[in-house]
Design a protein around this ligand. Structure first.
Ligand SMILES: NC(=O)c1ccc[n+]([C@@H]2O[C@H](COP(=O)([O-])OP(=O)(O)OC[C@H]3O[C@@H](n4cnc5c(N)ncnc54)[C@H](OP(=O)(O)O)[C@@H]3O)[C@@H](O)[C@H]2O)c1
Length: 283
């Protein structure tokens, strides 16, 4: 069996990938405590010891608001660490796949972003992730970048789990209705990543299909839960977020489709996620 090292395996995508790959690959997962991706020596020793065929980096500093104040950490984890991983992967002839984000774009388009569209991040999170993409491609051109958006998974800190908690504890939930994206279930992203292991290196956009606003996303969750909570649509301005969010985060699927990868609609993914959560809680 081929060997896969997964970094950031304590995160929501890392956990899902571990589960999904374990039947077909020898999976070596590493949480932050087991392998700090900002420690180049540790990366080198780990790859030397395991000699994997693939390295998948799901580790990142993902807290968008905190990145604005912990700037050094954001650039170190999201920008420089992918360079270390790429250098070591290239040196040891390991296929390297890295996860990136819609935040590398400015969100000003009105049609889905293609892989080669101009990047123009407006946040430290987006800038640090773009730096990571650029550094790793400089170090190891034949590596793969997978950009995704609006991600949620089991046991993760994400929008779905936040709305679930609010629906159980408050009467009114105010949600932004002028930002557009494609909610993406970690299981569906992990399934696509598995397929991308054997595809040519390059940049790929992977999200569930379909488009909605955060408000429509919240409505679908509340409807599924049959909660009495009222979801109120508000503008970004009314909501008053400290850090700007892209207005339009939709990523084009043309390239993955040409490579035989097709993503189901976000509502289907969401319903499966919520049903699984129900099962976990014995409902
Ligand atoms: N979440 C989204 O909506 C979203 C959207 C677009 C793209 N993405 C990208 O998708 C990928 C996976 O995201 P996710 O939602 O699964 O993130 P997540 O749940 O926050 O997981 C990231 C993991 O990386 C770990 N980590 C942080 N610093 C590390 C370090 N120095 N060394 C090793 N591990 C470290 C974190 O540990 P601690 O929690 O202990 O710090 C966490 O377990 C990331 O690249 C992210 O940028 C996410």
């Amino acid at each position: 069996m081929k060997k896969v090292v997964i970094t950031g395996s304590g995160g929501q995508l890392g956990k899902e990938l571990m589960q999904l790959l374990k039947d077909d690959y020898l999976v070596h997962p590493f949480t932050k405590q087991q392998l700090d991706i900002t420690n180049r020596k540790q990366i080198e020793e780990t790859l030397e010891q395991i000699k994997p065929d693939f390295l998948i980096n799901t580790a990142a500093y993902t807290q968008v608001d905190l990145c604005e104040t912990n700037i050094d950490n954001a650039y170190l984890i999201n920008g420089i660490a992918p360079y270390y991983l790429a250098c070591e992967a290239k040196e040891k002839k390991v296929k390297f796949l890295h996860i990136s984000t819609d935040y590398v774009f400015d969100g000003k388009k009105t049609e889905p972003y293609k892989e080669d569209d101009e990047t123009y991040p407006h946040t430290i999170y987006g800038k640090s992730k773009l730096l990571g993409e650029e550094f790793m491609r400089l170090a190891y051109e034949e590596s793969t970048i997978i950009r995704t958006s609006w991600l949620y998974g089991h046991n993760g800190k994400n929008f779905v789990n936040t709305i679930k908690k609010l629906a159980a504890s408050t009467k009114e939930i105010r949600v932004v209705d002028d930002q557009f994206g494609s909610p993406t279930y970690t299981k569906d992203l992990a399934t696509a990543i598995k397929q991308l292991l054997t595809k040519p290196a390059g940049i790929y956009h992977v999200t569930n299909s379909g488009i909605c606003t955060w408000y429509e996303f919240a409505m679908e969750i509340v409807k599924y839960l049959q909660s009495d909570a009222v979801v109120t649509p508000v503008s970004t301005e009314e909501y008053g977020l400290a850090t700007p969010r892209p207005k339009y985060s939709v990523l084009s699927h043309k390239k993955i489709n040409t490579n035989g990868i097709h993503m189901r609609n976000w509502k289907k993914g969401l319903h499966e996620f919520l049903a699984k959560e129900d099962g976990k809680n014995g409902n």
